[in-house]
Design a protein. Sequence first.
Length: 243
Amino acid sequence: MSPGDSNPSRRKFLAGAIALTPIGAVAAGDARSGAPDDLRDSAPAPDHPTVSDYQPTFFTPSEWAFVNAACARLIPADEHGPGAVELGVPQYIDRQMGTPWADGAIWYMQGPFFDAAPEFGYQSPLTPKQQYRLGIKAIDGLCQEHLKKPFSELSASEQDEVLRQIEKGSLTSPDVHLRTFFSSFLLKNVIEGCFGDPMYGGNKDMGAWKMIAYPGVRADYLEWVGQAKPYPYGPVSIYGKRG
């Protein structure tokens, strides 16, 4: 995926991306028993803060500026629907930093660690929290060094190019593996926040589901599977809210 690309294939890409979302979102959002009460405890209140007035609990102001800027470029708003920022994805990512997942509590985090293929699993002593803290610091430092501004203050085209170079592995840091940070955390979490259930803090008003005609947790759409036309009814969230 090229950061910031906007073309007619965006809807198809996003529709495919949602297939990867539920497992990651649920695993990140709740690492306990998975019982309904546990999920309810981790979910926002019905009147939780809107995207614009949300105050982060983990990210510093400069980190928060980076997260918002990166989300805006990875899935930007366009004529097809809202982007990651409008869907509350930065809020989703900040909320994940308060879960056991962010501390590496649900992973095996003991060494030795190897430079191995992805199928061998995550190979780093860094927790997700540390990946974000070190990754953002390294990227902002590189942007300051080469472009005299932090990432959030660059132009959209400059931000896209920085993300492309990180994705390709040509922009590196001695402090953190930036390509791993980008692909295994930042990009993955942006996709999760866009397409996970709204209870996790993203996908505001089920906007991403509406954009790709995804039915949510409806259990009566089997006859529509495989049809070459959009599902005609609005989505339903885990808590029964209808879009």
